[in-house]
Design a protein around this ligand. Structure first.
Ligand code: ASP
Length: 582
């Protein structure tokens, strides 16, 4: 038996007991007549003691020869510590070692196995197995496991059945490129890895399973933005005989359950906002509503006053920044430079100070009277002491710019408390989205999303205006889930494919199986998928998802530990009938 206890377990109540422990040498301190060793495992750290009075000289020598991260097994007696360490649960005791076996030696690790390590990101990723020994990463993985368990518990209690769907499939369009896998047995043919199990879960509804879920890997070959992974995990769900209301209720339930079990927070309110309103009020389809600073559109009160910049703009829009009238001129200039950075792209910023005495002082006083500025304040909800920041330009661009400014200011003002949770449903998404480059429409969610009842005809006349039964769940400014009510009849699905630019032949070749299935009694159905990596990170109060993934890839999609992707050898290429054309 390697151990009778773990390194996090022993307390004063174990004093005088003979025990055994196994673990890694975290640290040794050699005082000459006494050697202390901190022994570590997943559960904690226990102090081992060897001393001249009570330990044989051979054992003492052995203790002295231990290096960092050696794997050892010890037997000994639990004794009371002379100087207790109140900072760790095992701090009242130590183990007087009677026998020590080195189970394995270790090279000196390339970075310290401490909460605050000296290792940079690259080296930690290369030696991820060592990184996982560190508490922050280990605890994040344990936390993730706890969240997954609660998801499974909740959904199966609600009657959802967990079904595995295949990974070697054909393209499922979720708006990214597919990762493909060549088939050896079918020369010249390829599988695609699922961007999501979308079509399969719909087929499970046709199969009558009624409520499905799966914690599942999805693969999307996208140019990686910061904090995205080419393979990621979704909590994927589908339900039959449901309307949007049923889905929202079911997944409010899941979200409440997780916040309660994981964070001990009771959430009662799940406000809803339409996509159009979210864009108008926050410039963003995933607004963080933990704080205000809602947009005030100023066209009617700020245009036609001889200020050409505003007169020529499609949209003039501002936010009231609470308490920011205290900003110095220099700070405001810095803010103006911030919005002018290429990443944000505004041409400039107009501001208006709201003084405590009720007067206003703006950067465009030449054009605007006190009464005009009072209207700006009324529209943006500014109070004395606030600063109104105004941007202008093309509607879409200016909304995105002001949204970036709103988030930046919220960060600076400390309004984004990671321990506060504000969910929000964004509903009524557009069905289609215009691709500015190609001039074609594509599905905003995916091609299986159903238009709102009665809007199918609009597809011919005003495709951009068609709204979908599609919804996103937003938590603290992050999209954590999205889904839709699906099309469940073959005719509508064909119409949809037509509008997305598929010929009937293409649609049949790619999705014939789904349209066939729709001819055999497909029930009305809908579903949703939550991004597990992000959800776990948010619940864990962290901005990045990487530490919640055991073996993440870097920003170039590489696993630097196993060094993938990598070339394959000639023989393998030949077997697959592939020729590289490099
Ligand atoms: N398949 C969708 C996605 O991955 C989710 C859904 O519609 O249920 O975003």
């Amino acid at each position: 038996m390697y151990r009778s206890h773990t390194c996090g377990e022993l307390r004063e109540s174990h004093i005088n007991q003979k025990i055994s422990l196994s673990g890694w040498v975290h640290k040794t301190r050699d005082k000459g007549f006494v050697v202390w060793v901190d022994l570590r495992d997943r559960y904690g750290i226990t102090q081992l003691v060897f001393d001249e009075d009570r330990t044989s000289s051979k054992l003492l020598e052995q203790a002295r020869s231990l290096g960092r991260e050696f794997v050892v097994q010890v037997r000994g007696e639990v004794i009371e510590r002379a100087s207790k360490n109140p900072n760790i649960p095992t701090g009242s005791i130590e183990v007087l070692v009677e026998d020590l076996v080195v189970l394995n030696t270790s090279k000196t690790p390339p970075f310290t196995i401490e909460n605050e390590t000296d290792g940079g990101e690259d080296i930690r990723m290369k030696y991820r197995y060592l990184d996982i020994r560190r508490n922050p990463v280990k605890d994040s993985l344990i936390f993730r496991s706890k969240v997954s368990m609660e998801v499974r518990k909740y959904l199966s209690d609600q009657g959802f059945i967990e079904v595995e769907t295949p990974y070697l499939i054909k393209s499922t369009p979720e708006g990214a490129r597919d990762f493909v896998v060549p088939s050896r047995m079918n020369e010249g043919q390829f599988y695609a890895l699922p961007q999501s199990p979308q079509t399969f879960k719909q087929l499970l509804m046709v199969g009558g399973l009624d409520k499905y879920f799966q914690i599942v890997k999805c693969f999307r070959d996208e140019d990686l933005r910061a904090d995205r992974q080419p393979e990621f995990t979704q909590i994927d769900c589908e339900m039959a005989f449901v309307e949007q209301e049923d889905i929202l209720a079911a997944f409010e339930g899941l979200t409440k359950h997780l916040l309660k079990e994981i964070k001990q927070i009771e959430i009662t309110s799940f406000p809803r906002i339409t996509y159009d309103d979210a864009m108008k009020k926050y410039g963003n389809d995933k607004p963080d509503i933990r704080f205000g600073m809602e947009f005030g559109e100023l066209n009617t009160v700020a245009q036609h006053k001889n200020f050409n910049v505003f007169n020529q703009a499609e949209l003039v829009v501002g936010i009231a920044v609470p308490g920011a009238n205290s900003y110095t001129r220099k700070e405001i200039d810095a803010l103006t430079n911030w919005v002018k950075r290429p990443q944000v792209g505004a041409l400039g910023m107009v501001y208006c100070r709201c003084n405590d005495d009720g007067s206003y002082k703006s950067s465009v006083d030449k054009f605007y009277s006190q009464e005009d500025l009072a209207q700006w304040a009324a529209v943006t909800g500014a109070k004395p002491g606030d600063l109104i920041c105004v941007l202008s330009g093309d509607t879409n661009k200016v909304r995105a710019q002001l949204s970036a400014l709103r988030m930046e200011l919220a960060d600076r003002l400390g309004l984004r408390n990671p321990e506060e949770f504000s969910p929000l449903w964004v509903v009524d998404f557009p069905l289609l989205e215009l691709d500015e480059e190609t001039g074609h429409y594509h599905a905003m969610h995916h091609p299986f999303t159903s238009p709102k009842p009665g809007q199918l005809a609009l597809l011919d006349t005003d495709p951009g205006a068609v709204r979908a039964n599609a919804y996103d769940l937003v938590l603290n400014g992050n999209e954590i889930g999205g889904g839709s009510i699906r099309i469940h009849d073959a005719a509508t699905q064909s119409t949809m494919f037509k509008h997305l630019g598929f010929t009937p032949e293409e649609a049949k070749a790619q999705f014939g199986f789904l349209m066939d299935a729709f001819q055999y009694g497909a029930p009305p159905h809908g579903g949703i998928a939550f991004g597990l990596d992000r959800l776990v990170a948010i619940l864990g109060g962290q901005e990045t998802i990487r530490d919640f993934i055991a073996f993440p890839k870097n920003n170039s999609g590489r696993d630097v530990m196993i060094d993938a992707p990598a070339p394959i050898d000639e023989a393998q290429l030949k077997e697959l009938n592939l020729k590289l054309n490099l």
